[in-house]
Design a protein around this ligand. Structure first.
Ligand SMILES: [Zn+2]
Ligand SMILES: [Zn+2]
Length: 1286
């Protein structure tokens, strides 16, 4: 042999270094083995045709794990062309995937099943390659037991690192390893028993203890998967008789025998020694069990001799059972298919299949895509080898798997389900550079729920889809581990809290748990995959962006503008009114409006930009309104950052339409819809919320700051990205801009004790104002650009007690401040008012801060008890004002945390002392009648009531608030700024007392939930009195609303802008006087005395001029309109025996008053079309006082109609008070008048005539009339002076 070259010498030196480090001499079975390097080199030379592979270098296991980040392969003896050919062939199924890159590394190591490793680690049936530096799992396509604990050279292998780098990857051994030392001896011949003669032992009923060991030989008919139950790992194998179909089960459960699983190949013949018979406790099923001394040997006819059963076994084989052959088995399966067909349960076929993994659908759930068309589900087999080897590009053979077509409606693939009697064999490794993501070794929620609820495939796939969606939406907030944490830990994770009730609902009482032994051993196959029923998912939890999208779609589905208006009204509307009535509408959707039922999930956060509560997931944020069923406002600051589930909710879609319909006749023509917009939000009750993941504890921890992150690392070992507290995460989500001020209060070289401590102060909210732009100049911003208007809100509060120092954020509970103030006499000290200013990030507290609430401000990382006082400043510079009564302003800092404690009304006995001190502070809410009454003084009012109606109207020109100019620029305002909304609010449903509230459109963008049916607390509205002495309110900049209760969900919300009022109560005209202003709608039974005026006209839909013969009559400037709208009005006099009233009727009510049918009315109006306008007045002579020609036929007809005695008849009239009465109404003193009612004459004292607005006219049947009259006589005796009878 020639002298080694310098390169070879260097290589040899490296090899020696490697061997010293990785392959030291070890203790062999027969004393210490020689250092193995020489043997390794001999192997290498023989593999390389005598040459050493100088182009390759040795790699130790630890170096491989630490240095190799990408999948790679190494082929010691291959030429470049051989490698290229190999790589090319491997791309067949997935041509877009790159192949494994080639490295030039020499791998030498011991093959082991882990039995000599540290004792903590269970022998789990996996195989490993190890050297002195480390150990790494490996997968082999072929394995022999003699290889265990021997040193091998691996000529061809791939290394697949794990994707998330947190654990090492594994090796795929592509070519059989070459033993470095000489192979061992083959054992001598042994006595065996064949399954045919051994099988009767299993069917006998004789107790199976104390028997001698047995050796059984046979063909491997079936190989079960490795299972781990109660920390015990085992598998079953089935040996078939060489000459018959008889087979026997063998349970392999000794740790050192688990490696057999890698050796066994279906169809091969084996001998197993040292077996005994055992039976299952539960079912009594019998099987062979290996003992510690059992050996697995390849069956070789020459090496065995059949052993008859010895005497101990004799005599028990009497019960030769009639085993079903495979054919009989399949026959019986077929039979059952026939039976099951009528109930649409399907029976899965059992098939075998070979294919290539093309995609990993979900490794945690054990779902793989084969050949781009079939889904392989391994979940029912437990996935104990971590799905190693099942990378895209790998070929698998499936034996006896269940074929399920369309188990879940939404699942796109045919499913091959492997159960415990299926065998999945890896046929070849992938040659592609595809990564390995192992399923979670413990706490795999998919598999746990699958086994716990014994789910069939359809439910399992549904569970998988829910969990995938859940993880996708929320792992960015909480981290995967925390979400999917399973109940092996004490508290169930968020996903489990979400899923378990859903599963319990669909699997209510699954009688028997899954019996895996029966599934494996039963002669007639039984498993959860046999029967299935295509599942329509019972519910869904899609992403919030999808929810919004679907809700918007639904809100326009089947929408037509004409739905929003009653045709009777709409036909008389001019363009402006018509389009305004269409501009704003809404619809509400509930969970059941969606198919399947939609469950809302979201992280509760609060946006400081919109100052609104939101549910958030990765995809989007959905504004939300939360109320309490008892009417108290929502103030749970502790819920921020928590993951909520809501199934009972109202999803509100507000629709904004920009239209230019000329008249109602064009409503079907969508060309006139210029813009469609929607805004979606959700409202629900706090009581309907389920908290899946509470953030509170985390916030507390987060506030502790400092070393908390390392603590958590210990807790759950999660990654750095998951370590952030939800709060930190929330802040980030809230505002992507880096926040430079955040740690302002924490700096200045504070000591570590200061860092962990915090200061808190308790206060009571005595007044809260709405959001608006305010011109605040904070002292510290004097030199900055503090000139701009700032969006802000303010609240007046009362400090309770002094600030307190806490070593760490405390648990909420008793409020020592209150007890303290009760006993010490320093009330002046403790009773301090302050004006809190909220701007910037502190705007997020807007939805939580409510009147009469007791809150703490918590200043984290602070020990300065004067922190609050230091930041206060007087509202105006001291030189202008020296009054000390003015409360100091306190700008709320971004880092401060608001914590709601309780409500004034909820204080306990012990705290009553403080409460009595505060009495008088909470009495500011008036009632609607109080506000309406003439004696009410005061201009700012607060009251609560239920919204009866919501209408969009034109803003009064003189009431456009100049303050809102800035607000108009903000996006999000979907209503034209010249609109305002009129809310009619009543004390209680059905109550006649109604208050009108006008809200300018610019304020509306922050006012969610103002829907008919909702009960609202209005605060600080401006009370106004109209020219007609009507009291109404306007929403001004300092006003505020909060929702007390949501619209009742049993009300189906019509697609109309207003809720329908209840049927009005029957009243008397005389009884109306005291409530003159408060009555929205009532009904009287009255007598129509006469028609005073009547006018029918066509007006231009644009300018309301008279429209005649197809065009507008306006000339300067000329009007382009081609659309006329017919209108009618009449004034009639009615009396009901207690009083007299003038009633203004419009449009269709005129027809009703005149007693005209629809057809007659239609014809009459058409006659007016050519004339433009026809009107008559009561008492006028023919041909006088009429605008039209004296002999006009229509006018004559109308006049005769009005004079007809038949028109004077009893009617039921629904009306509201005419708030703008005409001058005709003259106040008159009380007078006595005669009335006639049926057969009875009355003399009644009558007040001044009322002016009413007709809302509906109904004819009265004679029967009804006498009934009503009799009722009336009884009830009116107190009102009337009864006169003479007829
Ligand atoms: Zn099965
Ligand atoms: Zn006109």
């Amino acid at each position: 042999m020639a002298e080694p070259s310098a390169a070879e010498q260097r290589w040899l030196q490296a090899a020696r270094d490697f061997a010293r480090r990785a392959l030291p001499a070890r203790e062999g079975p027969g004393g210490p083995e020689p250092p193995p390097l020489d043997a390794v080199l001999r192997c290498l030379r023989s593999a390389g045709g005598g040459d050493l592979p100088l182009g390759y270098s040795f790699i130790s296991i630890s170096d491989l794990q630490c240095q190799q980040r990408m999948p790679c392969c190494s082929h010691l003896t291959w030429s470049t062309n051989e490698f290229k050919e190999w790589a090319y062939q491997g791309q067949g199924a997935l041509p877009m995937q790159s192949t494994l890159p080639r490295t030039y590394l020499i791998l030498v190591g011991y093959l082991t099943d882990g039995r000599q490793e540290d004792k903590e680690k269970l022998v789990d049936g996996c195989l490993y390659v190890k050297d002195n530096t480390g150990i790494i799992p490996c997968e082999l396509l072929y394995f022999e037991l003699e290889w265990l604990e021997s040193l091998f050279l691996f000529p061809s292998w791939s290394y697949i690192p794990q994707t998330d780098q947190s654990a090492a990857g594994y090796l795929e051994i592509l070519v059989d390893p070459v033993p470095v030392n000489l192979p061992k001896e083959v054992p001598d011949s042994i006595p065996v028993t064949y399954p045919a003669s051994a099988e009767p032992l299993l069917t006998s009923s004789i107790p199976c203890e104390k028997r001698s060991k047995l050796t059984v030989a046979g063909e491997l008919a079936r190989l079960g998967p490795l299972l781990c139950i109660h920390h015990k790992t085992f598998f079953f194998l089935f040996l078939k008789c060489f000459t018959s179909a008889v087979w026997v089960p063998v349970l392999v459960q000794k740790p050192n025998q688990l490696a057999w699983h890698h050796v066994l190949q279906l169809g091969h013949n084996y001998t197993i020694t040292g077996l005994s018979v055992s039976s299952l406790k539960k079912s009594g099923q019998r099987m062979f069990v290996t003992s510690v001394s059992s050996c697995l040997l390849p069956y070789c006819a020459e090496q065995v001799r059949e052993q008859p059963l010895d005497s101990a076994w004799q005599g028990e084989s009497t019960q030769s059972s009639s085993l079903e052959t495979a054919e009989q088995l399949s026959d019986s399966l077929k039979l059952r298919v026939e039976e099951e067909r009528p109930r649409s349960t399907k029976e899965s076929k059992i098939i075998s299949y070979a294919g290539t993994v093309t995609k990993i659908l979900n490794v945690q759930a054990g779902l793989f895509l084969l050949d781009n068309k079939v889904c392989l589900c391994l979940a029912y087999q437990q996935l104990l080898n971590s799905a190693r080897g099942l990378r895209p590009g790998a070929c698998v053979e499936l034996i006896d798997v269940h074929l399920l077509q369309k188990p879940l409606v939404s699942f796109p693939f045919i499913v091959l389900g492997a159960c415990l009697s299926s065998t999945v064999v890896l046929k070849s490794f992938s040659r592609l550079s595809t990564p390995f993501q192992p399923p979670a070794s413990s706490g795999n929620l998919y598999l746990q729920l699958l086994f716990r609820y014994n789910l069939g495939m359809p439910l399992y796939l549904w569970l998988v889809s829910l969990l995938e969606m859940f993880e996708e939406r929320f792992s960015c907030f909480f981290g995967r581990r925390r979400l999917l944490l399973s109940s092996t830990h004490r508290n169930p994770g968020a996903a489990e809290k979400f899923l378990v009730p859903l599963l319990q609902a669909v699997v209510p009482d699954r009688e028997e748990a899954r019996d895996i032994y029966n599934e494996i051993l039963a002669k007639i196959h039984q498993c959860p995959l046999q029967k299935y029923l295509t599942l329509n998912p019972p519910c869904q939890a899609p992403s919030l962006s999808a929810v919004c999208h679907v809700a918007e779609q639904k809100s326009w589905e089947g929408f037509s503008p004409s739905q929003l208006l009653s045709p009777l009204e709409a036909q008389h509307m001019g363009t402006q009114e018509l389009n305004r009535r269409l501009a704003w509408s809404y619809c509400t959707l509930s969970a059941g409006s969606f198919q399947p039922r939609l469950i809302l999930l979201g992280v509760l956060r609060v946006s400081s930009r919109s100052s609104s509560l939101q549910l958030q997931d990765k995809s989007s944020a959905l504004p939300c309104v939360i109320s309490h069923k008892d009417g108290s406002p929502f103030a749970h600051t502790a819920l921020i950052g928590s993951l909520l589930q809501v199934e009972n909710y109202q999803l509100v879609v507000e629709r904004f339409l920009q239209t230019d319909f000329p008249s109602w006749e064009h409503l079907a023509n969508w060309e006139h819809v210029r813009e469609k917009k929607t805004s979606v939000y959700v409202q629900f009750y706090f009581e309907d919320v389920q908290v899946l993941y509470a953030a509170e504890g985390q916030i507390q921890k987060g506030l502790r700051s400092g070393n908390s992150s390392s603590l958590r690392k210990k807790d759950d070992g999660s990654l750095t990205s998951e370590l952030e507290t939800p709060e930190a995460k929330m802040l980030k989500l809230e505002d992507p801009k880096p926040d430079t001020h955040r740690d302002e209060n924490c700096q200045e070289g504070q000591s570590s004790t200061r860092r962990t401590s915090c200061v808190s102060r308790l206060f009571l909210v005595t007044q809260k104002e709405g959001l608006m732009l305010r011109n605040y100049q904070l002292p510290r911003e004097e030199y900055g650009e503090g000139r701009e208007l700032q969006r802000s809100f303010q609240a007046t509060v009362l400090w309770l007690g002094r600030p307190r120092l806490w070593s760490h954020p405390r648990e909420t509970g008793n409020l020592p401040e209150l007890e303290e103030t009760g006993c010490d006499g320093e009330e002046d000290m403790t009773r301090q008012e302050a004006l809190l200013l909220f701007m910037g990030k502190s705007l997020r507290w807007f939805p939580f801060l409510h009147l009469d609430g007791l809150y703490h401000f918590i200043v984290p990382c602070c020990s300065d008890l004067e922190v609050f006082d230091k930041l206060c400043f007087p509202p105006v510079p001291a030189k202008f004002l020296s009054r000390s009564s003015c409360p100091l302003c306190l700008p709320i800092q971004d880092t401060w945390h608001l914590q709601h404690e309780t409500w004034m009304s909820c204080l306990t006995e012990r705290q009553l002392a403080a409460r009595s001190m505060l009495t008088g502070m909470d009495q500011r809410i008036s009632s609607i009648p109080e506000v309406l009454s003439n004696s009410f003084t005061g201009s700012l009012v607060s009251f609560s009531g239920e919204i009866v109606e919501r209408t969009l109207c034109a803003s009064p020109r003189n009431e456009k608030p100049s303050v809102t100019v800035g607000l108009q620029k903000q996006k999000g305002s979907l209503l034209a700024s010249d609109h305002s909304v009129k809310l009619s609010v009543s004390v209680a449903p059905g109550s006649p007392v109604v208050m009108d509230i006008y809200v300018a459109a610019t304020y509306l963008q922050h006012l969610w939930g103002l829907l008919p049916g909702a009960k609202i607390l209005f605060q600080n509205l401006e009370r106004k009195i109209s020219r007609f002495h009507n009291v109404y309110c306007t929403y001004i900049a300092s006003s505020c609303v909060s929702i007390i209760s949501l619209p009742a969900s049993h009300l189906s919300f019509p697609s109309s802008p207003a809720g329908q009022a209840l049927s009005p109560s029957v009243v008397f005209l005389s009884s109306l006087q005291p409530h003159l202003q408060n009555l929205p709608q009532a009904r009287i039974l009255c007598h129509l005395s006469c028609v005073l005026t009547l006018s029918l006209q066509w007006v231009c839909s644009l300018c309301s001029s008279i429209f005649k013969e197809g065009r507008c009559t306006r000339h300067s400037p000329p009007c382009p309109s081609h659309t006329g709208v017919r209108q009618a009005s009449a004034r009639v006099l009615v009396e009901d025996g207690t009083g007299e009233a003038l009633v203004l009727c419009r449009n269709q009510h005129v027809a009703a008053v005149l007693g005209l049918s629809l057809l007659e009315w239609e014809a009459l109006q058409n006659c007016v079309q050519s004339r433009g306008r026809v009107s008559i007045q009561h008492g006028e002579a023919t041909g006088t006082g009429c605008v039209e020609e004296p002999e006009d036929l229509v006018a004559c007809y109308l006049r005769s109609l009005c004079r007809n005695p038949l028109i004077c008849r009893p009617i039921l009239l629904d009306f509201s008070l005419n708030r703008k009465p005409s001058k005709i109404l003259q106040p008159a003193p009380l007078q006595l008048r005669n009335f006639r009612c049926g057969e009875v004459d009355f003399v009644s004292q009558v007040g001044p005539r009322l002016s009413l607005l007709c809302l509906n006219v109904e004819e009265v049947e004679q029967d009804a009339l006498s009934y009503l009259n009799s009722k009336r006589i009884r009830r009116t005796s107190s009102h009337c002076l009864v006169g003479a009878t007829a």
